[in-house]
Design a protein around this ligand. Structure first.
Ligand code: UT7
Length: 334
């Protein structure tokens, strides 16, 4: 028989060591986006809960924003960038087919011997990537993983599209995940319904754009009501499965950090879960808009920064969006 393959020792768990975020300087009010879509500050606030959002500068890239958030998370974790052995970047707005944003980020941040890959699961991407990080640390394949959620959605918006122009924003959030004797990240519950792939998509593919002279550049397009109904009907059940998988109840939670899709979706999920009063609900969408894969770590960082949550408490994360992909897990707060 040929030689056997040896494996590293497995670990009991992984945990969030730190969080960091980056919000671009430019702030857009509802009045600024309402004109071209014949909308109003009042309608946008009432239907989405959004008051302002951040847009990146023209020369500010997805990797620039990821670098800013990732550097803060690494500093807060108290480790050297060179001890990061895997960089995962959840994004759907890095404008290069290849190479990945993660490869460039690993180089620029000083994670010189890290593996690097992007995770394209849209608004569920951060939770998907966190699930991968946890599994890889538990199997012994990785020790310190930098997980970043970052989007520059402003590059892919049609500011004349009533269904999407007012809802999205730009930003980045990052966490460092490391080994732990006690599990600090619960089992990930994830899935996707590709049968509804047209619910959030691009107006056309790159090849269609190339082959159709005069066509406009591909931008995001969303069947808002369809996504809204799906999220309100299904995401509460995904949350319950994540709580059950982690063996905890809603009463045990200190915070709920859902993808910041729409304040009314958050309210509907909170009602369906019957979350007790003491659970802090992330409502970062008000001043950040919907930042897709970046929304959960951005919202988490806001809760930590403002002292609304304490280290060691339990939080439930849930991401959902294009795909229609979803992902959830219970975590111990950094
Ligand atoms: O992050 C990825 C996942 N994305 C989501 O989870 C987003 C899910 N969807 C949503 O958040 C909501 O569907 C939107 C905020 C996008 C839209 O809100 P809505 O309550 O679903 O609006 P609607 O499309 O049902 O439109 C309601 C009314 C309509 O008028 P009538 O027919 O009632 O007279 C629309 O014509 O509002 C009108 N409307 C607007 N009015 C002002 C639609 N868009 C606008 C607009 N400004 N931008």
């Amino acid at each position: 028989m040929s030689a056997t393959i040896s494996l590293p020792g497995t670990r009991a768990g992984s945990t969030l060591l730190s969080v960091g975020s980056y919000r671009p300087a430019r702030i857009l009010t509802n009045d600024e986006v309402a004109g071209p879509i014949d909308s109003s500050d009042e309608w946008i606030r009432e239907r989405s809960g959004i008051v302002t959002r951040h847009f990146a500068a023209a020369d500010e890239s997805v990797v620039d924003m990821a670098l800013a958030a990732g550097s803060k998370a690494i500093a807060a974790a108290g480790i050297e960038p060179s001890s990061i052995d895997l960089v995962l970047v959840a994004t759907v707005t890095h404008p290069y087919q290849t190479p990945s944003a993660a490869a460039e980020l690993a180089h620029r941040i000083g994670a010189t011997s890290a593996g690097a890959l992007d995770v394209a699961a849209a608004c569920a991407g951060f939770s998907y990537a966190l699930g991968l990080a946890d599994s890889l640390i538990r199997t012994g394949s990785s020790t310190h993983v930098l997980v970043v959620g970052v989007e520059k959605l402003s590059d892919f918006l049609d500011m004349h599209d009533r269904g999407s122009a007012f809802i999205f924003g730009d930003g980045a959030g990052a966490v460092v995940v490391g080994p732990s004797d006690v599990p600090g990240i619960g089992p990930v519950v994830w899935g996707a319904d590709g049968g509804q792939k047209d619910a959030i998509t691009m107006t056309q593919s790159w090849t269609e754009y190339r082959d159709a002279p005069g066509e406009t550049y591909p931008t995001l397009v969303m069947q808002g009501q369809q996504v809204f109904r799906w999220a309100v009907g299904e995401i509460g059940k995904v949350c319950v499965r994540a709580l059950e998988a982690a063996g905890v109840s809603a009463d045990d939670l200190d915070a709920f950090v859902p993808h910041q899709a729409n304040m009314r979706i958050t309210d509907a999920i909170v009602r369906s879960l019957k979350l007790p009063e003491h659970v802090v609900i992330a409502r970062d969408i008000e001043t950040t808009g919907n930042t897709s894969a970046a929304s959960i770590p951005l919202a988490l960082d806001r809760l930590v920064e403002t002292g609304q949550v304490s280290s060691g408490g339990l939080a439930l994360f849930v991401g959902f969006g294009a795909g229609l992909a979803y992902s959830a897990q219970v975590v111990r707060l950094p």
